[in-house]
Design a protein around this ligand. Sequence first.
Ligand code: IPD
Ligand code: CA
Ligand code: CA
Length: 272
Amino acid sequence: MLDILLKNAEQIAMDAGKWIVQNRGNYEKVQYKKNHLDVVTDIDRESEARIIRHIQQVFPEHAILSEENQSIDKDFSVISQAEYCWIVDPIDGTVNFVHDEPYYSVSIGIVKNGEPIAGVIYDPNRDELFSAGRGIGAYLNGKKVQVSSRSLRESLLHTGYAASDWTTDSPLRYEFAKFFAKSRNIKIAGSASLDLAYVACGRADGFWQRGLSPWDIAAGILLVTEAGGTITGTDGSVLDLQKGDVLATNGNIHKQLIHIMTGVDEHERTIC
Ligand code: IPD
Ligand code: CA
Ligand code: CA
């Protein structure tokens, strides 16, 4: 069954990704969801409709949780209640897509009774297909991948946050300053799923962000663990797919980052 699920997820993600790239720039206007930071286009919606049609044709009894579609399950409880649930982000990195920056993906995770069993992330601009199945490893275009072994001082970290997260009392200011000082660099690259895929294949060494949605991370979680990495909440707790606070690393640097994130003291925080 895992094999059939993975093959279908891969085909669906590649079909959608190729269609997205063919149609880039080909939408009426950028629509705001909550505000100018949270955007969607007709291409996100049409890509999603294509993905959902395909899943429903092949697996009519499976549940689907998908970012833009209001008529499909919007209640996160479906993740743990359905036997199989497909968790779909039809374009992860819409801001990049809108600005024609080639760092976005189609992300499809499949959970069985709440546990991730398959994950596919397709980058149509580089024609890179990241996929993982529980217990069978993580792959990039069919070749097995693993996380890096870099130390913190050699590391390239990814993160993501909105301007509205940068408040005076946010822990982000402190940890960003500390991580920046201790690593090679930090990127706000704009696609959480690809950030996780990059950790899995050893390009990036760590990724952290709070408040992500299940469709941003469902596929990437499995990629990171199957590639030998470590993934937890930002406080070191067991990852909660629905809460979406994520720290994913190559394993080597995990403790150090957790230590920095949880060891915040008021004095140090005020000087950042
Ligand atoms: C966004 C991207 C981004 C992350 C945001 C997400 P979207 O997803 O993953 O990297 O920082 O929190 O909402 O809106 O492009 O699907
Ligand atoms: Ca997303
Ligand atoms: Ca999206």
